[in-house]
Structures are given as structure tokens and as C-alpha cells.
Design a protein around this ligand. Structure first.
Ligand SMILES: [Zn+2]
Length: 173
């Protein structure tokens, strides 16, 4: 195994030992203390707990590519609200998002090239939910939530755009 390239994933997993040694928050309740669910992007530059000044146990953070309100995000929100007591949702997209850089057709063509025709056909079953305008994508996702019978009207919904250069969230009214 000496010739195997170093694995960052393995190094990260090994680093957990140090975290666990100083970990002292093992008794938090399951429901998030601040009753808020945040939907945001998986982008490595975003640290939602930090930029919202929230602590471990405070909020649900549901992340995917773009922070889009997909079916699976609604699945998580229903569980968050119905079973774990959250009452408000914040949808946060961000500047310089990778989702602004391609269209579905580009990704389908790339998959044809890299993974072959069969994978390309499979990929075409997906809308990867890229977008061209940040404010519009936030508004669209808020609208999707408002239209869903699974998200009742008493759930307050907010939107924002996080700026990766300044750390500031611009609230979308
Ligand atoms: Zn992003």
C-alpha cells in the first residue's frame, strides 16, 4: 500500500480523533434550538453556522449544489418542521456559485464524453438546477416553497444572497 497516493479523505477522518478528544457537546437535544432551517449551497467557502452566528444545535442546514429547493430538500424540510419543530426557513444562494457557470445541456454533453452514452442517457433524467440570475433563483425557490402544500402558510420564509468576498448576506425582500 506504500505506493498509494495520499488520501485527503483518510486524513480528514483521522483528524476527527482530535475533534472528538475535546468535544463536550454530546447532550444537545434533537430539535434545533432556534427553530430555523437554512437551505444553502454545498460550496466549500460557505460556513453557514459561522456567517449566521449560530451554534451547534441551533439550526438545521440543508445543503446541495446551489442551495436549490429540490424534492429532496422539501423532504428534509417536512421532517424539520413536522417532527423537529422548525418554524422558519431561510434560502441562501451565493455570489460566484458554480451553478451560474453551466447549463444542463453542457453537463449532459460532458457526461456523454467522460462516462459514456449510457450514463449520458441517465443524466438526462435529471435537471441539475443550474441558474443564470442569483436573485431570480432565490425568488424561484421561495415560490416553490410557497406553492408546496407540504410547507404550510404559518412557516415564515426568507431569502438571501451570501457574498463570498465580503461574508455578508444581502436579504432578498
Ligand atoms: Zn454554490
Amino acid at each position: 500500500m506504500a505506493n498509494q497516493p495520499a488520501s485527503n479523505a483518510k486524513a480528514l477522518l483521522e483528524s476527527n480523533q482530535k475533534y472528538a478528544e475535546r468535544f463536550n457537546q454530546g447532550n444537545l437535544p434533537i430539535p434545533p434550538a432556534r427553530k430555523v432551517a437554512v437551505v444553502t449551497c454545498m460550496d466549500a467557502r460557505l460556513d453557514p453556522l459561522a456567517f449566521l452566528d449560530a451554534k451547534l444545535g441551533d439550526i438545521h442546514v440543508i445543503r446541495n449544489a446551489g442551495g436549490r429547493v429540490s424534492e429532496d430538500v422539501i423532504r428534509s424540510l417536512v421532517i424539520s418542521e413536522q417532527l423537529l419543530g422548525t418554524e422558519e426557513i431561510i434560502v441562501i444562494h451565493h455570489t460566484d456559485c458554480g451553478m451560474l457557470t453551466f447549463k444542463n445541456e453542457d453537463l449532459y454533453a460532458r457526461i456523454d464524453d467522460t462516462l459514456g452514452e449510457k450514463a449520458g442517457q441517465e443524466a438526462r433524467k435529471y435537471d441539475f438546477l443550474p441558474f443564470a440570475d442569483l436573485e431570480e433563483s432565490v425568488r424561484q425557490d421561495i415560490e416553490t416553497l410557497r406553492q408546496s402544500p407540504l410547507i404550510p402558510e404559518n412557516i415564515r420564509i426568507y431569502g438571501g444572497i451570501y457574498d463570498v468576498h465580503t461574508g455578508k448576506v444581502e436579504v432578498i425582500e
